[in-house]
Design a protein around this ligand. Structure first.
Ligand code: SF4
Ligand code: MSK
Length: 676
């Protein structure tokens, strides 16, 4: 009888090299630990699964069942006429523009649905339907009311008196909620932009009508057989993105500030090392802070602290991942445990008693990882459930917010004694100063008398600060974790460019020690170091979560208003960057920054290479229309220098390319600079 063939030995799965996967030590340690425990993480999966080369080029269409139609670039490039087309005849430009516009729509939907939940909760607050949320920042409410057409003063017997705050809140809440579906007009917050920018938008016909409509319009016109002109498609992508940056996301940020308080600088720690072996560790993860605000209050309540002690813990340690982390950091000093790519690692410590997730950026694999430990994985949002049976769903209701939060915190405490013996919390953490916003930058870098951004502008004009950069966005497992963020930021501050940061980029900057005033002396050029040391701020300012990118738009608008640096955002010596982007939300953010006049450089790659004409439109032509344009540079040093070159170009155009010594200026001098 012939001998039975032996089954080939199973091939060991390829594993990530921890040193190649991340520049961050605790991440490297935890990747190693996961591999020892045979738990796969995103870092390993990135090694075993390669991205689709055609998808990378942006020219795969699956918008109807005659496809997917794939239009790869010929190996020797396009010679003569580009004859590539899908079954319906769609060209590479059309397909690439449709895919791009759909990313903008998806990103806008994510930020704006977050904003909608915040606006609806604020409506409940204004209607006194919930006791758990209050108006914590009435000044912010009064500041935004006029944009919604809500009067803050009332005439009584010929005298203008302050209007009742509750009436103002109700007026703002009702008007804000309508921004998602109003039948006429354009979005209220578009009027916050500098006038020349509004004129450009009006001329191009891209003033967003209402938030939901722009998303629906984009999905419609990018469906099979509708819009076949890539310029018209990208015009709608602009209108949609403005409904994000100057719409849903901005409303979300503002109303969160009104309800939870506007951030002000505070000290905290960052990285996985914030978790404590002898405490109940609760990690909040996702984006919407409605529930996590309550979890902070519940975890700080004496009732819950006493209960934790009864169970043998020394206390409750809250931490965060992704933008929920940024929200509770900015307002309460709750330390982030890590960025997007560290979410699985927080559970692999064996000391995470509960991970509470809301929406966005949550790995489906968390449930598989949680199965290997005692961790309670708790979903809380009706649109973000998990199918695995080890996941608990506690649906958050703003009317019973504190009740829900206490239930979750109690569940984590009850889980403390269920931990296995094998616990490994990496001992790495950094100190950071976070909690910046438009108002706190104004306070620290503005003139106390003029109450605007005058001092910042003055330091840009005299050359101590070369320019302003916004460095934001995700991690991407296709790049080395945190390397691009940190290299880009360090290169910028070394060249005297002050950095405003949000999202996972901000968490990375915190972990790597760049969010302290002391970082100025170590990493900055002499001009920026002098400014930071004088006013006591870090050279990299943490402005919050992904929706808080709108704070960067408003800060740029304040710089324009303060004078001396042109009339529009596109005149400023400023640039934007997302070195490790991965989310559709990043594309929506990039598109609204570009359409607001900002030169915006993405790292890794852009899904545009398969449609060179469309790519050229984004990288060149958009600048002629809005003053901003897209670019892509994966090398972080070159990436930073492209931004610096743009900043220098703008300085030259403004006539401030030669560093000047500070001179005491009188009013006539200021008028000559257009700063009156
Ligand atoms: Fe192919 Fe056109 Fe259908 Fe897209 S819409 S899948 S290009 S036939
Ligand atoms: S969390 S969108 S990975 S920044 Fe806002 Fe981080 Fe990007 Fe999510």
């Amino acid at each position: 009888m012939a001998e039975a063939k032996k089954a080939p030995a199973a091939k060991a799965p390829k594993l990530a090299d921890p040193m190649e996967a991340s520049i961050e030590v605790s991440t490297q340690e935890m990747i190693r630990r996961a591999q020892q425990l045979n738990i796969d993480t995103v870092f390993d999966r990135a090694v075993t699964m390669k991205p689709c080369a055609i998808g990378l080029q942006g020219i795969c269409c699956k918008n109807c069942a005659m496809g997917p139609c794939r239009l790869p670039l010929p190996k020797d490039g396009i010679q003569g006429e580009d004859t590539r087309k899908g079954l319906c005849g769609a060209t590479a430009n059309t397909i690439c523009a449709r895919n791009f516009a759909r990313m903008v729509a998806a990103g806008t939907a994510a930020h704006s649905d977050h904003g909608r939940a915040v606006a609806e909760t604020f409506l409940s607050v204004a209607r006194k339907e919930t006791e758990d949320y209050k108006i914590k920042d009435p000044a912010k409410l009064l500041q935004i009311a006029p944009y919604f057409g809500v009067e803050t003063k009332i005439e009584v017997d010929g005298e203008m008196l302050d209007r009742d705050l509750d009436e103002i809140a109700l007026g703002v809440a009702e008007a804000a909620v309508k921004e998602w579906g109003k039948p006429e007009g354009t979005l209220a917050y578009l009027q916050r932009a500098p006038k020349p920018l509004i004129e450009k938008w009006e001329k191009m016909g891209v003033m967003s009508r209402n938030i939901d409509r722009e998303i629906v319009d984009t999905m419609h016109r990018t469906a099979m057989g509708v819009d076949q002109d890539y310029k018209n498609i990208i015009k709608q992508a602009t209108r949609t993105s403005l409904a994000d940056g100057w719409g849903g996301a901005m409303i979300g940020t503002d109303l969160q500030d009104v309800m939870f308080g506007s951030p002000s600088p505070l000290q905290a720690e960052a990285n996985l090392g914030i978790m404590k072996e002898d405490h109940v560790n609760i990690i909040v993860h996702g984006h919407e802070p409605l529930l996590s605000e309550m979890i902070v209050a519940a975890a700080q309540s004496q009732e819950m602290i006493d209960y934790a002690k009864q169970q043998g813990a020394k206390g409750i340690q809250l931490g965060g991942i992704c933008c929920t982390a940024n929200e509770v950091l900015q307002r309460h000093g709750v330390p982030p445990a890590g960025t997007f790519l560290q979410q699985e690692l927080a559970i692999i410590t064996g000391a995470c008693d509960a991970m509470v997730v809301d929406v966005q950026c949550i790995f489906q694999n968390l449930a598989n990882v949680a199965k290997c430990f005692h961790t309670k994985l708790i979903t809380t949002h009706p649109i973000a459930k998990m199918e695995q049976d080890n996941v608990v769903h506690i649906e958050f209701d703003e009317h019973y917010a504190m009740q829900d939060a206490k239930r979750i915190v109690k569940m984590a405490i009850d889980n403390y004694n269920e931990r296995g013996a094998d616990i490994m919390i990496p001992q790495h953490k950094a100190t950071q100063i976070a909690g910046f916003g438009v108002e706190s930058i104004q306070y620290h870098l503005g003139g106390s008398f003029r109450g605007d951004y005058f001092t910042l502008n003055d330091n840009i004009i005299n050359g101590r600060i070369r320019g302003i950069a916004g460095v934001v966005g995700c991690n991407n497992a296709r790049t080395k974790h945190n390397e691009e963020h940190i290299t880009v930021i360090k290169e910028l501050i070394k060249n005297d460019v002050i950095v405003l940061t949000t999202g996972c980029s901000a968490i990375a900057a915190g972990i790597h020690g760049l969010l302290t005033p002391g970082a100025a002396a170590v990493h900055c050029g002499p001009g920026l170091a002098e400014v930071c040391e004088t006013v006591g701020i870090p050279p990299v300012l943490h402005l919050g979560s992904c929706v808080d990118n709108t704070r960067i738009l408003l800060a740029a608008t304040e710089v324009v208003k303060a004078g001396g640096l042109g009339d529009d955002i596109c005149d400023l010596p400023a640039a934007g960057s997302a070195p490790e982007w991965m989310s559709e939300k990043a594309i929506a953010i990039g598109q609204y920054f570009v359409s607001s006049g900002v030169y915006t450089v993405f790292g890794y790659h852009m899904p545009l290479e398969g449609a060179p004409e469309f790519k050229d439109y984004l990288y060149k032509e958009m600048e002629n229309i809005y003053g901003g344009k897209w670019d892509c540079e994966p090398d972080p040093i070159k990436h930073a220098h492209k931004m610096i070159a743009h900043i220098d170009k703008k300085r030259k155009e403004l006539g401030i390319d030669k560093a000047r010594e500070r001179v005491l200026m009188d009013m006539a001098d200021r008028q000559a600079l257009g700063m009156e």
